[in-house]
Design a protein around this ligand. Structure first.
Ligand code: DAH
Length: 348
């Protein structure tokens, strides 16, 4: 029996030495220490021994059990640790890996720029008003001093809906007329109106058959061109930075007299000359002028008492300048790859 015990010890030692996995060790465990294993078998033979022999052999068997158990358990522990280490190594978080991109929304930049302008004007006491996109020829042209047959109408190739009477507004200027009529010729007016406008233009990088304008109007007593200059200065600095300078150039609109083009100093080259400002150092951002006496009169304001200024920004143009966009169509095509770049700029 003692020999058998030694053989068993040797066998288990050898087999444990050859194992490569936890599973193999567990097989050895059940094979040798299980109910039908050789250790249990040896225990049954105890019955055949006398008490002296039992005592001696009992101890030998106990030692055998303990020795086998501890060497098998040690091996089990070894494999379990190995497995855990492997798991830890394979599941290690690599903080340098690029993160999964979570798509996030961002405010539409056109709306953002409009809101920014609204805020500045509201802080100066202006109301933000609305007007219809389907407009009457009367408001869109006639009352703005552009009678039928006037060549100025050609510049705004208009979508007519019904005869020559109803149209899709080609500018937000009719809102000037509507606002003054509403005020009844008795009260001062301060309003801006951002809104959609329509023209029969072929779409290209700088034209869109639908685009947005921001109209402004101030009517009061003793309003002068210098008030327009001061107001324009405030908005230009707010939008393009404190070092932004402004200038007026003479222009012509039927509903203003005098009329001006309003320029800002180029914020890219700071006036030195670059491709954005076509080497002039200046960028035109709106049309403006003093409200024409005929328009004041048409809307019930006596030009001998009242005067005012008006202006019209192209919203897309402002956004294109501010965000360095060179094609107006990106505002109206839903290509996320394109709009994402603006969102990113916003986030920076
Ligand atoms: N309505 C003009 C246009 O669409 C822009 C404009 C110019 C508006 C001068 C004004 C203004 O209010 O005073 O071209």
């Amino acid at each position: 029996m003692k020999e058998q015990v030694e053989v068993l010890k040797k066998e288990v030692k050898e087999r444990l030495g050859k194992t490569t996995s936890l599973k193999e060790v567990n097989t050895i465990k059940t094979e040798y220490l299980g109910k039908k294993g050789p250790v249990a078998e040896l225990t049954t033979h105890m019955r055949e021994l006398n008490s002296e022999e039992k005592k001696e052999f009992g101890k030998i068997l106990n030692d055998l059990k303990q020795e086998l158990t501890s060497s098998i358990e040690a091996k089990i522990k070894y494999y379990e640790e190995q497995e855990l280490n492997q798991k830890l190594a394979s599941e290690k978080i690599d903080v340098t890996l690029p993160a999964t991109k979570v798509p996030v929304g961002a405010p539409n930049i056109l709306e953002k720029i409009i809101e920014e302008i609204e805020e500045v004007f509201m802080s100066m006491g202006y109301d933000v008003v609305d007007g219809p996109e389907i407009e009457e020829d009367k408001y869109n042209f006639e009352m703005l001093n552009i009678p039928k047959g006037h060549p100025a109408r050609d510049a705004q190739d208009t979508f007519y809906i019904e005869d020559e009477k109803i149209l899709l507004r080609s500018q937000t200027s009719p809102v000037q007329v509507r606002t003054m009529l509403k005020a009844g010729g008795k009260e001062p007016v301060r309003m801006i109106c951002p809104g959609k406008t329509y023209r029969r233009d072929a779409d290209d990088a700088t034209h869109s058959h639908q685009f947005m304008q921001i109209e402004g109007l101030l009517v009061d007593k003793n309003i002068r061109l210098s008030d327009l200059k001061g107001t324009f200065d405030v908005i230009a600095k707010k939008l393009f930075g404190e070092d932004c300078e402004t200038r007026f150039r003479p222009s012509y609109y039927q509903f203003t007299e005098p009329s001006v083009e309003t320029d800002i100093s180029c914020f890219v080259c700071k006036g030195k000359g670059c491709s954005l400002c076509k080497n002039t150092g200046w960028i035109t951002v709106s049309g403006a002028g003093m409200v024409h006496p005929n328009v004041l009169r048409n809307c019930g304001y006596d030009p001998a008492i009242w005067s005012g200024f008006a202006f019209g920004f192209g919203a897309e143009r402002l956004a294109m300048l501010k965000y360095g966009i060179n094609d107006i169509r990106v505002f109206y095509q839903t290509d996320l790859r394109e709009s994402e770049t603006f969102d990113r700029k916003e986030a920076e």
